[in-house]
Design a protein around this ligand. Sequence first.
Ligand SMILES: Nc1ncnc2c1ncn2[C@@H]1O[C@H](COP(=O)(O)OP(=O)(O)O)[C@@H](O)[C@H]1O
Ligand SMILES: [Mg+2]
Length: 331
Amino acid sequence: MKDLLLNLQFLFFGGKGGVGKTTCAMSCAIWAAEHGRNTLIISTDPAHSLGDSLGINLKLGELTPIEEIQKLTALEIDPQKKITELKDIADMNPIKEMGMGGMMGEMVQGMFEGMIGDNEQENPLNPPGIDETLAFGKVLEYIETNHEFDLIIFDTAPTGHTLRLLGLPETLSSWIGRILKLRLRLGKFFGKFKSLFGGENTQSDNSLEVLERMNDSILRAREDLTDSKKNSFVIVMIPEEMAIAETGRLLNELIRYKIPNSFIIVNQCYEDESELCAFCKSRREMQKKNLQKITKIFKDKLGKEIIIAPLYKDEIRKIESLKEFGKHLIH
Ligand SMILES: Nc1ncnc2c1ncn2[C@@H]1O[C@H](COP(=O)(O)OP(=O)(O)O)[C@@H](O)[C@H]1O
Ligand SMILES: [Mg+2]
């Protein structure tokens, strides 16, 4: 982990809900900041918990420098705000954009739909998964614009949401591609149509350009996210049967999207102590069996590095505990 924290530009922490993603992401962010890297931790989980983890009130959507840790800044993205920022994109409709209303607009809309065909399940003009799009918009913003941070750690939402987020470059890109294509086809057609009726062919809006630029930045972000010198996805799991299956699925998706991954943190492991009660002993036995499985599948077969993190008797909150917990993760 040291290597990743000292050298990469981006790190994603992901896994099932409640396994310890935020705790691990935060501990690592603190460590990196204390080792000289200007670090930003961003929560893309709609149910944010960075502030809770730190025991600090964070203002939604605002970069908050963490006083106790000099080079650490936290951000919980504000879905509401992103919605207004992205509204223009969400509202983008080639017909509206071309300034066509009334009967002509309706006619065009009808033809337009005819061109698309009705085998599309969703309205092809709507951007995919607004929740993930908003989160991805933020990811994009920090990956593709100049900023002062050396390392950005993404504390992600439970698996399903995050996978859709990681798949978004493709989905979004194809959505934009579709819009661009339709725009071009309609543009050509209406150029002729308008001149036929003596109308002016004024295409003064720059929406094509905006879409093309957006597409470029999505594709660049895609390159960054798939570059193992820049990015890695750290999986957090617990030593339970169900988590093994879920981690397998997550790994498959990471492979599919070519997102680098080398570390799996197995969190909340019972330590080998003699004076465990019957209940804890039984849980430890269950965990031991699953840990063997985890080692066999993920380490021996797939070559992943497994980090075992102990179950603390208390919650892990506030900077001191997070730092202490970080010692188990970073070596
Ligand atoms: N190893 C651990 N030992 C004890 N408590 C833990 C451990 N890891 C996480 N927790 C606690 O479990 C809860 C959920 O952790 P969190 O990091 O918020 O999970 P996630 O982000 O995956 O939903 C928090 O209250 C956290 O303090
Ligand atoms: Mg969390």
